[in-house]
Design a protein around this ligand. Structure first.
Ligand SMILES: Cc1cc2nc3c(=O)[nH]c(=O)nc-3n(C[C@H](O)[C@H](O)[C@H](O)COP(=O)(O)OP(=O)(O)OC[C@H]3O[C@@H](n4cnc5c(N)ncnc54)[C@H](O)[C@@H]3O)c2cc1C
Length: 393
């Protein structure tokens, strides 16, 4: 028996010595897929890539893999690409798909459009397959498992423990598991489907948060036939602004206008007002600032950062994380309906329901901004609407 084990160990080490280097990529959303494409393109010799993802979406991830029909990207097609050296690749791919590759006008319209998220997932998947097919010496395998742990392996490299089956050994590992978040303190995961029965029973629904995910959830609830009274609650009751009808792309700022928050805000507001007075979209002025966001943040004093987080962030988010015009119009129409209310307030006390019964009916105590007293809002279902995923149970 001992002889047999020794023999097996010798065979394994021989195979390992002659096997191509293996890279494990944990997570196959956009980031994992982009890493695999880049690795396949950069490989100088044989390489084995193993992608581990608990979902089947392969390249779609949370953002695009589970998208419903009609849910659009919030970035124009021309600004999306999985290939580092080819900006605009997604728009080119779309143009070839629709047969508009040779028509400059049609191509420009495609580049300016907000495509369905599900189509973007197809594009990512296609580029992933092509990257593997283009390099015969690169093998790409996908393992549909959950990675539970990763640790340095005794003989070098890493051991990735999976939810089922033997651990995976790799010379290098890339973590691309997206944002991970503790379970929401209350309510239901905004990205999880709601059973039709529950949807039909719901009379009052509270959506906590009023950003892009709220827009997704609200429009999805209505599209799926939910006629409940829906209250959207957020600190300032600000909803995402629309993108400009035509792409607004003034040249980027050479250097930020200043590094004091008050000056930055004053300059940005003045620039937006000037743009509107001259018939240009204000969105361009926000776009101009975006490439400098990191540098500005690093340069701000601690007091200015705290001020931004406390007072300005909801305004920045609403103007920076925008909706495609068509989706913005749908949201505005929905918010104008009597059965949908937008309230400024803070949830002081989540529903009594423990997190284990996530999504069950509950009552949230909130303090509306413009009211003095604390009021109680009861809802059949509550959903915190953040862009972050809820982990699997
Ligand atoms: C609903 C939604 C819409 C969005 N729309 C846009 C948009 O239009 N434009 C834009 O630029 N950005 C958008 N974003 C932001 C988006 O999250 C990023 O652009 C990007 O797609 C994130 O990709 P990711 O691969 O890092 O993460 P994810 O897409 O979250 O992928 C992570 C992957 O890792 C897997 N995973 C996690 N943990 C494990 C584990 N332990 N074991 C195995 N697998 C695991 C998950 O199953 C998932 O497939 C959106 C985000 C959301 C949530």
């Amino acid at each position: 028996m001992a002889d047999r084990r020794d023999h097996l160990a010798r065979v394994r080490s021989l195979v390992a010595r002659h096997a191509p280097p293996r890279v494990a990529i944990l997570g196959c959303g956009f980031t994992g897929a982009a890493a695999a494409v880049a690795l396949a393109e950069a490989a100088r010799g044989p390489l084995a890539i193993t992608i581990v993802d608990r979902d089947r979406s392969r390249g779609g991830g949370l953002a695009y893999g589970r998208a419903r029909a009609g849910e659009l990207l919030n970035v124009r097609a021309r600004d999306l690409s999985i290939l580092a050296g080819r900006p605009g690749d997604f728009a080119d791919w779309m143009a070839r798909l629709t047969g508009d590759g040779g028509d400059a006008e049609a191509q420009a319209a495609i580049a300016d459009s907000f495509a369905p998220r599900a189509l973007f997932a197809n594009y990512v998947r296609r580029r992933l397959d092509e990257a593997a097919a283009a390099r015969p010496e690169v093998s790409l395998e996908t393992v549909e498992r959950e990675a539970r742990d990763i640790s340095p392996a005794p003989g070098g490299g890493f051991a990735v423990a999976l939810d089922l089956g033997p651990a995976l050994h790799a010379d290098a590992a890339i973590l691309a598991t997206g944002y991970d978040d503790p379970r929401p303190r209350f309510g239901r995961c905004p990205h999880a489907p709601i059973p039709a029965q529950e949807l039909a029973r719901a009379r009052r629904v509270a959506l906590v948060g009023s950003g892009l995910t709220m827009a997704d959830v609200l429009l999805r609830l209505r599209a799926e036939g939910c006629e409940a009274e829906i209250t959207v609650i957020s600190r300032r009751a600000l909803v995402p602004r629309p993108h400009a009808e035509m792409a607004a792309r003034p040249p980027a700022l050479q250097t930020p206008a200043g590094v004091r928050l008050a000056e930055l805000v004053r300059d940005l507001r003045a620039a937006c007002a000037r743009a509107e007075a001259e018939g240009r979209p204000w969105q361009g002025e926000v776009n101009r600032l975006r490439p400098h966001a990191q540098a500005i943040w690093q340069a701000l004093s601690a007091a200015d950062r705290a001020r931004f987080l406390r007072h300005l962030r909801p305004f920045w988010d609403a103007h920076r994380h925008r909706l495609p015009p068509v989706q913005h119009a749908r949201l505005a129409a929905e918010l104008a309906r009597p059965r949908t209310r937008l309230r400024a307030g803070r949830v002081l006390e989540p529903p009594a329901t423990p997190p284990a019964a996530c999504g069950s009916p509950g009552a949230a105590r909130g303090r509306p901004r413009r009211w003095r007293s604390t009021s109680r809002s009861t809802a059949r279902a509550t959903a915190p609407t953040s862009r972050r995923p809820c982990p699997r149970r």
